[in-house]
Write a protein that binds this ligand. Structure first.
Ligand code: NAP
Ligand code: HSE
Length: 436
């Protein structure tokens, strides 16, 4: 059988990895796919740079439309990133009856509903395994492997760059800026690294996972997003003293009142496996009603790990290329006519436990004032310690963990506590999850 023909939009970290992986393992891949998979055209901005990688066997253009409109091409792989022109190019490819593979979570989180509708209407596949958690086959696991389950929650380290930065800061004392530079050098970071460190990239991935888990439309706007830029070294240290590690988690949960969708630094008990996931590795916990908690671990970013997921999609699409569209696995796990809009919970309505650090005057009655305000908000303390002030210092830190509390009550209590004359700085609050 003739090989299936692929056009690549983008030949950067992931594009180059995909090109090289397909070449290196072409025979093994063809044995699995049932026919060869061949990249015949590439579009990039810098044609000379691309030519040095692919030589003269592949056509190289600086115009993505050349690839998308090429009638010889069966699958368009979008690895350029960003919203536009990626969106219009993907739509054009779909309209021309081509299957699309993408690693672009930003695109799917923002425009996925439109793109999946278009792909369904045209009867083509839009595959996106690489868009979430790099090389971990999490989309397949959630969409197919756990299909018997009613999913209860997902919690994951789904941004390699921020996990890499937190690991480097904690274990090697590297500064935030230096660790970010390393992550960029290693090809983990987004074109705009603010997406990584402000939690936006994790929110993109979480919005996609949530849709597949609960059979709801993708809704990025429902996500509460907080990154790691405001984390202080002392909180990382105090958390460890209390038996916790701080991780940037994406959490989505089904509750009786609606669905939670939130990304924020989180205290995780040190004895959980996920607390010990370091560097650019990702890990995702999924709780299903039948299977219980399952954990998926692996490289969340980087050239070949991500290419591994892109090529897996290419093999899937190749196998199903001639299949009746009704026999395709639904893009977002649920049959399109059974996708339902469930209510989304505001972060104010979430219930979790908390870590607080309060900078206070070192004088009698301070702790009593604080605990009275917490009690007024029905917030109960689980653990507490006070840093011993150094010689001559007239202020100190109180560090505490709480039991579960409603975020709205916590916000009100923090406001009252910050108004106390003995509380000298804004209260640091980090959410905590037991992940059981
Ligand atoms: P990258 O290294 O910056 O590569 C982007 C490629 O796209 C480059 O070859 C660039 O061409 C090309 N490109 C960008 N805009 C273009 C345009 N308007 N016309 C033609 N070509 C254009 O990016 P990447 O890290 O490979 O990421 C690609 C996608 O994969 C993004 O959506 C990203 O979020 C996603 N992703 C990345 C990783 C990772 O670890 N890096 C992991 C998972 C998913 P030039 O080289 O000529 O500039
Ligand atoms: N910038 C992303 C990360 C790439 O660091 O996780 C993988 O999606």
């Amino acid at each position: 059988m003739v090989p299936i023909r692929v056009g690549l939009l983008g030949l950067g970290t992931v594009g180059r990895g995909t090109y090289e992986l397909l070449r290196r393992n072409q025979h093994e891949i063809a044995r699995r796919a049932g026919r060869g998979i061949e990249i015949t055209a590439v579009a990039v901005r810098d044609v000379e740079k691309a030519r040095a990688i692919v030589g003269n066997d592949v056509s190289v253009s600086s115009d993505c439309n050349d690839v998308v409109s090429d009638p010889e091409i069966d699958i368009v792989v979008e690895l350029m990133g960003g919203y536009e022109p990626a969106r219009v190019l993907a739509l054009d490819a779909i309209a021309r009856g081509k299957h699309v593979v993408t690693a672009n979570k930003a695109l799917l989180a923002r425009h996925g509903n439109e793109l999946f509708d278009a792909a369904r209407a045209r009867g083509v596949m839009l595959a996106f395994e690489a868009a979430v958690a790099g090389g971990i086959p999490i989309i397949k696991a959630l969409r197919e492997g756990l299909t018997a389950n009613r999913i209860e929650w997902i919690a994951g380290i789904i941004n390699g760059t921020s996990n890499f930065i937190l690991s480097e800061m904690r274990s090697r004392g590297v500064s935030f800026d230096a660790a970010l530079k390393d992550a960029q050098r290693l090809g983990y970071a987004e074109a705009d690294p603010a997406f990584d460190v402000e939690g936006v990239d994790a929110a993109h991935k979480l919005a996609i996972l949530s849709s597949i888990a609960f059979g709801v439309p993708i809704n990025l706007d429902a996500a509460y997003t907080e990154g790691i830029t405001h984390l202080a070294k002392e909180d990382i240290k105090y958390a460890e003293q209390l038996g916790y590690r701080i991780k940037l988690l994406g959490i989505t949960k089904r509750t009786v009142n609606g669905i939670e969708l939130r990304v924020h630094p989180t205290l995780v008990p040190l004895q959980r496996l996920i607390a010990n996931v370091e560097g650019a590795m990702n890990a995702i916990l999924i709780k299903g009603d039948a299977v219980g908690v399952t954990l998926y671990y692996g490289a969340g970013a980087g050239s070949e790990p991500t290419a591994s997921a892109v090529v897996a999609d290419l093999v899937d699409v190749t196998r199903l290329h001639t299949a009746d569209p009704e026999n395709h696995v639904p893009h977002l796990a649920f049959q399109p006519d059974s996708v339902a809009a469930l209510p989304w919970l505001s972060v104010d309505d979430t219930v979790t436990s908390y870590y607080f650090r309060m900078r206070v005057a070192d004088q009698p009655g301070v702790l009593a004032d604080i605990t009275r305000n917490l009690a007024e908000g029905r917030i109960s303390i689980d653990a507490l310690f006070q840093r011993e002030p150094s010689e001559g210092e007239n202020q100190t830190d109180i560090i505490m963990l709480t039991h579960d509390a409603l975020e709205r009550d916590v916000n009100a209590a923090i406001k009252r506590i910050e108004a106390l004359p003995t509380v000298l700085a804004p209260v640091i609050r980090i959410r905590q999850e037991e992940l059981l």
